[in-house]
Design a protein around this ligand. Structure first.
Ligand code: ADP
Ligand code: MG
Length: 313
């Protein structure tokens, strides 16, 4: 039957359930050791829910590739073997490590995935940290120049023993970007994806910009500011996410690669930019660099803004 011969009321009846199921959808999950939140608008709620599921699957996929906690991840294989010989990895992991090394260059080493050479000795749940001997041994291994990538053969090699890498400062932003790309390719125009402190939004929420709150670093539920954002990414790094206090000193999950200790000049840094891989890496970087050097870096980069809460609040 030719389309135009379908009676109009029939078309109306066929479209009715579609229109009725359009709307805003939201799901939360715990993946990559953090809270994942996906919100989107879709004209077909079933299709929208399927897309959210594929985003969650993508997060799981990236986690099993890049987690340092999973012994069979590609990343763990690098850490186990790359000091002995070049380790063949996926082009995807190679590319993200390559990006991480670029941020090391831009930040003069404030962002450095080899921080983990010392970071491995911290346990924030137990409240333990490296003793001075462990730290002295680990420090020479912290240097992004020890990581050699061979893109032709897709291999990673460490040029020094004792080197460990961890992508905790960039992988969540990357996962958020991958998710947003998937949603855009599927035709979604209004969405939010967040993984812990890394968020990216496209379009708007109802007919307003998305609103992203910046937490008060010393008040669990408090919000110091709410930012309206459209088609932007924002990442916050804070000293209140994973930490322990000892004799009035806070040891938290961001480390200065030069000292193997936590920086204490600022309490949180938020970076606003166009993609979450960049804002994730930069929020960690600016945290390490502090107010003066951090803002100088931010001002030198296109499409990049910062909100820093220093240790005076
Ligand atoms: P969150 O993981 O809470 O989103 P961040 O984006 O600030 O916070 O990243 C902190 C994580 O970055 C740490 O848990 C650690 O895995 C990693 N990291 C810590 N210090 C550095 C550093 N100097 N360079 C690169 N990565 C780091
Ligand atoms: Mg970060």
């Amino acid at each position: 039957m030719e389309p135009r011969k379908i009676p109009r009321f029939l078309i109306f009846l066929l479209l009715l359930p579609l229109a009725a199921s359009a709307g805003w959808l939201r799901e939360d999950a715990a993946i990559m050791g953090t809270a994942i939140n996906v919100e989107l608008w879709h004209a077909d709620a079933d299709r929208g829910r399927a897309l959210i599921r594929s985003v969650m699957n993508e997060m799981h996929r990236i986690d099993s590739l890049m987690s340092s906690y999973k012994p069979d991840s590609e990343l763990s294989r690098i850490n186990a073997e790359a000091a002995e010989r070049p380790v063949t990895v996926s082009t995807e992991l190679l590319a993200l490590i390559g990006q991480a090394l670029e941020y090391s260059g831009i930040t003069h080493g404030a962002f450095d995935i080899t921080y983990a050479s010392a970071g491995q000795y911290y346990d924030y749940r137990r409240g333990t940290r490296p003793d001075s001997k462990q730290l002295a041994e680990a420090l020479p291994a912290i240097n992004y120049r020890h990581v050699r990538l061979d893109s032709e053969h897709s291999t990673v090699q460490f040029l020094q023993p004792g080197v460990r890498i961890d992508l905790g400062g960039i992988a969540k932003g990357y996962a958020v970007d991958r998710s947003i790309t998937m949603l855009l390719e599927a035709g979604v125009r209004n969405a939010l994806v967040s993984a812990g402190g890394d968020t990216r939004v496209i379009g708007s929420h109802w007919d307003h910009p998305w609103k992203i709150g910046i937490r008060d670093p010393r008040d669990g539920d408090g919000i110091v500011s709410t930012l309206p954002l459209e088609d932007a990414a924002i990442s916050t790094s804070g000293d209140y996410e994973r930490f322990f206090d000892e004799d009035g000193v806070r040891y938290h999950h961001i480390l200065n690669p030069g000292t193997g200790d936590s920086p204490r000049e600022v309490h949180s840094t938020s970076i606003i930019g166009s993609n979450a891989t960049a804002t994730d890496a930069l929020s960690t970087s600016v945290f390490v660099m502090g107010v003066r050097k951090g803002l100088k870096l931010v001002n030198s980069l296109p499409d990049t803004e910062a909100i820093i809460i220093d240790n005076q609040g």
